[in-house]
Design a protein around this ligand. Sequence first.
Ligand SMILES: [Zn+2]
Length: 92
Amino acid sequence: MKCTQKNCEQETTLSYVWPGNDVPSLVCEHHARQARGVAEAMGFPLVILPIEVIPVLEESVGERRTRRALVTLSVAGHRMLVCQTVVRIAPS
Ligand SMILES: [Zn+2]
């Protein structure tokens, strides 16, 4: 899964919740560091948590194969579902 920041092609491995947002941002390491820098400059800490992508179902439509996956993160030992995503599987 790609980083959700504009024009970023890096893999998403981390998430944070920006104050005032209900939905976690899913980003690469670079953009997580950048967000933390902005937060620190504004004077508040930003909690950054690693996400885990759990594949649940493979589907194929013609030549196109995709994998449905759940994006989760662990908070205080509890696994939270963030969203569902569909990842395209490259032809082997
Ligand atoms: Zn990024």
